[in-house]
Write a protein that binds this ligand. Structure first.
Ligand code: C2E
Ligand code: MG
Ligand code: MG
Ligand code: MG
Length: 288
């Protein structure tokens, strides 16, 4: 490989040599820099939310929105969440950032003229290290949002570290009236035992299965199995990443309750959905 250089290493390295990859070094430096920048992002107004509609699979009527975090970096422009959320999790920054997201999303939903639901992603790190129950309680009180309108999306990662703590936290959150959705279902390690052990209200099928619904009989079989599982457990299933009418029809025929995806709407500033929320785009909302 042309970009792989062999350098002498003074300390360490069994033979005094190690493979050194300049691109990797740049990447590490980039990560550190990005992590530093993220610390100031909230205070400097670089974070904002977009909202993506969730809809009934048959009528396509919008039942709620998922809040999705965005970071506009002053030099790099929009940084994808799949890149900066893991950094925020590794550094613990996701705890204050997640608190900001929750407050922002709840305050927004509380202003709508219609009682649609609002889904907020919660990181396993917030469950393990933040006082999530206290945060949610305080945020609902501050914003006046009805707890039954709030849905927290967690991934199977919640089980990986301290399952007992996660169970306590999720149970107490449900006692507040908040619903818990299991996000990205099917991509984790312990899907079935997770479902049995935790008090979920909804299952979200990962978009990787939806994407291949028409072309792959395996993906179609997995989606049907998840829908059967949800039905057996009495849990509604929502499919994410629905892009085509063909996918929507297949999901409707298999008994899926709700869909989310570009077919219904791309994530956008809430003003784009003014006709649905009953708010004019300029009715006091901050336009980013
Ligand atoms: P997620 O929670 O599974 O969110 C759905 C992702 O799928 C979003 O990506 C959304 O833009 C994308 N998506 C929705 N419909 C379609 C579609 O039809 N086609 C395709 N190709 N993609 C679609 P996004 O916004 O880039 O977010 C990625 C992930 O970052 C989220 O996955 C979530 O895990 C995480 N994330 C986003 N916001 C937050 C947040 O506030 N807190 C935490 N902890 N994680 C967040
Ligand atoms: Mg989600
Ligand atoms: Mg998801
Ligand atoms: Mg995801």
């Amino acid at each position: 490989r042309a970009d792989m250089a062999l350098y002498e290493v003074k300390e360490g390295g069994r033979n005094g040599f190690a493979f050194y990859h300049p691109a990797l070094e740049t990447e590490t430096r980039n990560r550190r820099q990005l992590e530093q920048d993220l610390k100031r992002a909230e205070a400097e107004g670089q974070l904002f939310l977009q909202y993506q509609p969730q809809a009934d699979v048959r009528s396509c009527g919008i039942s709620g929105f998922e809040a999705l975090l965005r970071w506009r970096h002053p030099e790099r422009g929009l940084v994808p969440p799949d890149l900066f959320i893991p950094l925020a999790e590794a550094s613990g920054m996701i705890v204050p950032i997640g608190a900001w997201v929750l407050r922002e999303a709840c305050a927004e939903a509380a202003r709508w003229k219609v009682p649609l639901s609002i889904a907020v992603n919660v990181s396993p790190v917030q469950i393990q290290h933040g006082d999530l129950v206290e945060l949610v309680t305080a945020t609902l009180a501050e914003t006046g949002l009805d707890p039954t309108r709030l849905e927290l999306e967690v991934t199977e990662g919640v089980l990986l570290r301290d399952g007992a703590r996660a169970l306590t936290v999720l149970t107490r959150l449900r006692e507040l009236g908040v619903r818990i959705a299991l996000d990205d279902f099917g991509t984790g390690y312990s899907s079935l035992s997770t479902l049995r052990a935790f008090p979920f209200d909804k299952i979200k099928v990962d978009r990787s299965f939806v994407r291949d619904l028409a072309s792959s009989t395996e993906s179609a079989a997995i989606v049907r199995a998840v829908l059967g599982l949800g039905h057996g457990l009495g849990l509604p299933v929502i499919a994410e990443g629905v892009e085509t009418e063909e996918q929507r029809r297949a999901l409707a025929e298999s008994g899926c309750a709700d869909i989310q995806g570009y077919l219904i709407g791309r994530p956008a500033p809430i003003g784009a959905f003014a006709a649905v929320t009953g708010l004019r785009a300029d009715a006091g909302s901050v336009v980013h």
